[in-house]
Design a protein around this ligand. Sequence first.
Ligand SMILES: C[S@@+](CC[C@H](N)C(=O)[O-])C[C@H]1O[C@@H](n2cnc3c(N)ncnc32)[C@H](O)[C@@H]1O
Length: 274
Amino acid sequence: MSFHWINAEAFSINTLLLMDRWILNYLIGLSPYGEGHYACEAYRAHLGVALAYHPAVRWYFEEKCPESRERVRHLVEAAPKGLTEREVRQSELLLLDEIDSFVVYAYPEVMEGLSYTAGWDPRRLTEMTDFTGKTVLDIGSGTGRLAFAAATKAKWVVASEPVDRLREYLREKRARLRVKNLTVVDGTVQEIPYPDNAFDIVMSGHVVGDDLGREVAEMERVAKPGGVVLTCIGEDEHRRTPDPALLRLGFSYTHHVSRLGGDIYRYLKRVDKA
Ligand SMILES: C[S@@+](CC[C@H](N)C(=O)[O-])C[C@H]1O[C@@H](n2cnc3c(N)ncnc32)[C@H](O)[C@@H]1O
């Protein structure tokens, strides 16, 4: 599903060459969360054209992600022969538009300009709980919307991010803003690279949801007893109701209407390990 986050015309198919292995796995339907886009026949056809008509893209998939080889071969064989340059580009555009959420990870400046981040008020996070003097983990930090907001008050913030280009961006941003209390690390919500009870506050925004029960359990594992787990999305236009799955897991919420007319729910849970 496209989020309509990019004008695909502005992007080369070589953007795929900037993607991490776990994203390639996602694109080719080998993610632990299921087939995703790959379940759609039209999507597979566009990916097949990109792989068949761009040897470097095919080579990158096969070298970076050997587990994709069989699917790559199958897609390439199924791609129509003799397409014109224009037809190939048409397929590329449809593919890039469909995977726009991954395309922006390769272009952090574009990601930082998206509506959920641009103009977001950092107080939306810092009013949720007291960050003063706390150690904080931000999971799936992206361009650091939450991590840099927390760093204005916290003792230390760890920004954890599985995309290499975004980790580079976070480090550049940290230097540019002269932030001294923020560390950037690799990591996913499925396997947080820290021991039990390591943080006062464990937070995320637009990250959890694929396997909510396990993701929240992993966030709680690294939170100290009496600590806080929270999720704080940005400002968008989506109308929503409270998430029953998060409520069942013991989260409470606050609601406001964003400047774009969306329902924004922020969720918080105090971790009780007694
Ligand atoms: C839509 S962005 C949100 C970025 C940031 N949290 C924010 O709210 O501004 C989603 C982020 O989650 C990261 N991500 C994707 N899958 C993840 C996973 N399994 N564990 C941790 N982070 C993940 C992506 O790399 C991306 O930076």
